[in-house]
Ligand binder design. Structure first.
Ligand code: MTE
Ligand code: MO
Length: 227
């Protein structure tokens, strides 16, 4: 009786063990965040067809950066009266604005998506940005010394948002989790991902990673790539 049971139990154990190990590995490995339960990818917005996330190309100069949602803090500092340290939940608590926008990479590819998240102006209002501040410098996990920058006048005039969601789906690690700057009408290299710090500065001579390599600091998607 006992020996008859042994074989099926052994077979079952052999089958289950790899699954269990995979689960444990998945839990500890900093892999990309799966879509949250109940999230459904949008296919259309404001009468326009959206590029499916599966067909949206990625660009990452040092590979995908993995940021932990539970410990994440966004620092907003520099020329501000009230420096901020915002959790992911804090970012979710701001009014979420949706925009239809094309991302144009200088390499020649582009895609259209629905981008959703808070306005940078809302964060800057809370941080009480000083009048001397002229630019926002985006410090990222891959370029902590300052990946890129945008003029404050551009950010305010165009109601620039940071997208927590792409086509209604929470950004995965490769898409830039926790968010990507939706730099309307500017080349993709201005669409900073994996931001850990936004520094308000008066240094209009600042040049980011691509900009100091010769790419246009204005980055108008209809303008020249190089300066
Ligand atoms: N931090 C960071 N942000 C980045 C990049 C990068 O390498 N690092 N690549 C940029 C480039 S060149 C483009 S075209 C867009 C691409 O965005 P996507 O990967 O979401 O399509 O991200 C931009 N943001
Ligand atoms: Mo790009």
């Amino acid at each position: 009786m006992k020996s008859k049971l042994l074989l099926p139990v052994a077979v079952l154990a052999v089958m289950i063990l790899p699954i269990l190990t995979a689960c444990v590995n998945a839990a500890s490995a900093p892999t990309s965040i799966p879509p949250l339960p109940g999230e459904v990818e949008a296919t259309e917005f404001m009468g326009h067809k959206l590029t499916p996330i599966s067909q949206q190309r990625n660009n990452a100069l040092k590979g995908t950066q993995h940021i932990d949602r539970s410990t994440y803090k966004l620092t907003v500092d520099g020329l501000v009266d009230n420096p901020l340290s915002l959790s992911y939940a804090d970012l979710q608590a701001y009014p979420q604005i949706s925009q239809l926008m094309d991302l144009d990479c200088v390499e020649g590819w582009n895609f259209t998506a629905k981008w959703t998240g808070p306005a940078l102006a809302a964060l800057f209002d809370d941080a009480k940005v000083k009048p001397e501040a002229k630019i926002a410098i985006f410090h990222t996990a891959d370029v902590p010394e300052g990946y890129s920058s945008l003029d404050l006048s551009y950010i305010y005039d165009n109601k620039i948002i940071i997208a927590l969601k792409d086509n209604d789906i929470t950004l995965s690690a490769d898409r830039g989790f926790p968010f990507q700057v939706v730099a309307m009408s500017k080349f993709g290299y201005k669409w900073a991902k994996w931001i850990t710090r936004i520094e308000l500065s008066s240094d209009t001579g600042f040049r980011g990673y691509w900009e100091s390599a010769g790419y246009n600091n204005n980055a108008d998607a209809n303008g020249p790539s190089f300066q």
